[in-house]
Every structure is written in C-alpha cells, then in structure tokens.
Design a protein around this ligand. Structure first.
Ligand code: MN3
Length: 221
C-alpha cells in the first residue's frame, strides 16, 4: 500500500513538474451563458484555444527564468526582451482565466455599489460607460482585448493587441484589470460572424458585476 502511494506520488510529481502552468476548470458549463455566448464557442474557446496557450506556455518556459514563476509573476515580468512564445501564451493563459471569471450565468444587469458610483463619476452613467467600452472593443484592430482597469485609483478603459494585458510591463497601457472582453474572432465568430459590435452588446447580459466590483474594491487597496 505504501509502495502504491509512493508510486502515485511520484507519478503526480512527474506530471506536476512537467505541467508547471495548469488550466483552471471553467467555472460553469459550456452552455451556461446561452444564448449570449453559445456552447460551441465556449467549448472550442476553453478546451482548444485556452488549453493550447497553457500547453504552449509549458513548452516555451522550459529552461528559462519564467519556468518557476506563478502565472501572475510571469505576467508581471513580460518585457521587450521576453521571447514571443512566452509573452503570447503567458498572456493567453492569464487573460482567458480572467475572462471566464468576468462572466456568470444569471448575471448581467447593471453594476452596483462603489463600482457603480465610480462609473457614474467617470462616464456620467452606465449607458455612456458601455458605449465607451464598446468603442474600445471595436477600435482594437485585429485580435486583442478591451479592458476596464483601475489606474491611479481611477477607472479607465483601455485596449491591448494580441494577448497583451495591462499588467505586463511591456504594455503601452497599464492598470489593474477588473473587467475584460476577448475580441479575437474565435471568441464570437461562430455566433456573431463579423458583427463584433453585436457580440459586445450581448456580452453585458453575462457580465458578473459582483466579481467586477470585488476586483475594483481590491484594486483600490
Ligand atoms: Mn480567446
């Protein structure tokens, strides 16, 4: 029994040592955000795209200074001299895990509490904020992300190309993300085709404002 335990432990250690970065479970079922985000898109996005970023990051970090870092540490250590596969896949891992947790079933509606107050202060009202966020999402040429961040204790909307994010020292825009939308075509093309604006409009139906508000409060500390 003890031998079996040791064998299992060694096997687990072997896998763990190889797979430094892991893919957290999706916090809901593939079809949980229907009809706004369809099940097929969620399944491909999570089980193919996100997984590929994790697998490719694990290959890319072997023998580098990034190998023993957590994903947060790695994201915070991306500079101009970071090899592209580490920058791109590292961002891909962090961004998608963050993105899944921006959304939840039976959510949507409007922000509340301190976050709602800050949005109103910054943009006048929630509708104007959503308009500005959509503009950033549509304005990101090609693949990338739009973000709501806290920078200098204030909210700001920024966009990043590819898999960059505002936590990376290499990013031209900086801040602590509280909300993000993936505007790569793989995030919406099956359901919305070329209509990125429609996808952004429907995204509001699945935004988990409770989580966004929690992140906002944390970012102010
Ligand atoms: Mn994606």
């Amino acid at each position: 029994m003890k031998t079996l335990f040791n064998t299992l432990l060694l096997a687990f250690w072997g896998i763990a040592a190889f797979a430094q970065f892991t893919q957290p479970a999706l916090p809901y079922a593939y079809n949980a955000l229907e009809p706004y985000i369809d099940a097929a898109t969620m399944e491909i996005h999570y089980s193919k795209h996100h997984k590929a970023y994790v697998d490719n990051l694990n290959k890319a970090v072997v023998g580098t200074e990034y190998e023993k870092m957590t994903i947060d540490q790695l994201t915070g250590a991306i500079t101009e001299s970071t090899p592209a596969p580490i920058r791109n896949n590292g961002g891909g891992v962090w961004n998608h895990t963050f993105f899944w947790n921006c959304m939840a079933p039976n959510s949507g509606g409007n922000p509340t509490g301190a976050l709602a107050d800050a949005i109103t202060t910054q943009w006048g009202d929630v509708a104007k904020f959503k308009e500005a966020f959509k503009k950033a999402a549509l304005g990101q040429f090609g693949s990338g992300w739009a973000w709501l961040v806290v920078a200098d204790k204030k909210l700001a909307i920024v966009a990043t190309p590819n898999q960059d994010n505002p936590l990376m020292p290499v990013s031209s825009v900086k801040g602590t993300p509280v909300l993000a939308i993936d505007v790569w075509e793989h995030a919406y093309y099956l359901k919305y085709q070329n209509k990125r604006g429609d996808y952004v409009d429907q995204f509001w139906n699945v935004v988990d404002w409770k989580t966004v508000e929690k992140r906002y409060t944390e970012a102010l500390k």
